[in-house]
Design a protein around this ligand. Structure first.
Ligand code: SF4
Length: 347
């Protein structure tokens, strides 16, 4: 649920120029033309359609959109963890100069956790209840690198626990002895064990109370700056995102429809879907009037022709139901996928 109250002060508290500063540097993550299709008994569902973006070291990107828009599929595709009947059909994911899509299985296994780490949705519930936290962390290290001594691995685990503000004693504890927030921090500690260049956290604060949500987000913020990783936060809560990310990417029906700095997104969203998402947020200025988004997100098995958002779009034009909009860079390096910003279609 997008349920946090957003104030101008919160949005304004972000360093709005940071994304532009780092945009000049060589990105640590480049995703180009990523395509994923699920071949189901009911038909072919294009879950990711030509998705591309880049991130610099130390940058944080919030990935938002309704359920089924492709956010989690994007994370799984970047980790090469799409299972049949899904298939990655094209594209590249370049981390620190290495295209993960071109690696063999062994190379990809080593890249996970050392180049790119994924903290899946509900990760805290996947901790093994009968194995001590420390043993699970040691196993994670051993399954991705070899040749490190037992004491060095243990030091690495303790260091990671300290980084997420957990007492080293947690190493000897079981998951049932920890609160939800502590378990989530253990999962973050596992994610940073090998100091990856890119961290993807899928709904890292779901099922946590608001105070713990904030603590978990602050933990991610801190560990990210310690290891200077690029971070992708997947979530529904744009209000929480506004306080922690540098850029926001909006997904709809498997496509990126807008990417911009958090300030631009919240003060002047370009895409009609982004505008609808922002105006559906509670705001101190709204005085209790909330605007929902009309209609439902389309099934990926039966996407509308042209722009997939056109049946719900208040600004739809004649070509929107037949011509697919392409992504365009506008203004301050903002990506928008909409005919309103397509000069050729507007003529
Ligand atoms: Fe609306 Fe047309 Fe833009 Fe799609 S392309 S978001 S239907 S104006």
């Amino acid at each position: 649920m997008m349920n946090s109250i957003v104030t101008d002060a919160q949005v304004g508290s972000r360093n709005a120029t940071k994304a532009f500063d780092s945009a000049g540097a060589k990105p640590v993550l480049e995703v180009n033309g990523l395509e994923v299709t699920y071949y189901t008994d009911l038909g072919r569902a294009r879950a990711l359609d030509d998705v591309g973006f880049s991130l610099g070291a130390g940058e944080k990107l919030g990935m938002v959109g309704e359920s089924g828009s492709g956010k989690s599929t994007l994370a799984l595709a970047m980790m090469r963890m799409i299972k049949p009947p899904g298939r990655i059909e094209g594209g590249s994911v370049i981390v620190d100069g290495v295209d993960l899509m071109a690696l063999d299985e062994g190379g990809m296994r080593r890249a996970r956790l050392s180049k790119i780490a994924y903290i899946p949705q509900g990760a805290m519930n996947s901790l093994n209840p009968v194995i001590r936290i420390g043993a699970q962390m040691v196993d994670a290290v051993k399954s991705h690198i070899s040749g490190e001594s037992k004491s060095a691995i243990q030091d690495r685990c303790i260091h990671a626990l300290r980084s997420v503000d957990l007492d080293p004693g947690v190493f000897r504890m079981y998951a049932h002895e920890l609160s939800g927030g502590m378990k989530q921090r253990v999962c973050i500690a596992i994610g940073i064990l090998l100091e990856p260049k890119v961290i993807i956290a899928d709904e890292p604060t779901s099922a946590l109370d608001v105070v713990t949500q904030r603590q978990v987000m602050e933990t991610i913020d801190r560990v990210q700056s310690q290891i200077n990783a690029a971070v992708i936060l997947i979530g529904h809560d744009m209000g929480l995102m506004a306080q922690f990310v540098d850029k926001v990417a909006v997904m709809y029906a498997g496509r990126l429809v807008e990417v911009s700095t958090v300030r631009d997104m919240f003060t002047e969203p370009n895409h009609p879907y982004s505008k609808a998402l922002i105006s559906s947020l509670p705001n101190l200025g709204n005085k209790g009037v909330f605007r929902g988004i009309p209609g439902l997100a389309p099934s990926l098995l039966r996407l509308p022709g042209g722009c997939a958002f056109h049946p719900r779009c208040e600004q739809a034009m004649s070509q929107c139901s037949t011509v697919r909009p392409e992504s365009t860079i506008v203004g301050n390096e903002r990506l928008v996928t909409c005919h309103l910003f397509d000069e050729d279609a507007a003529k």
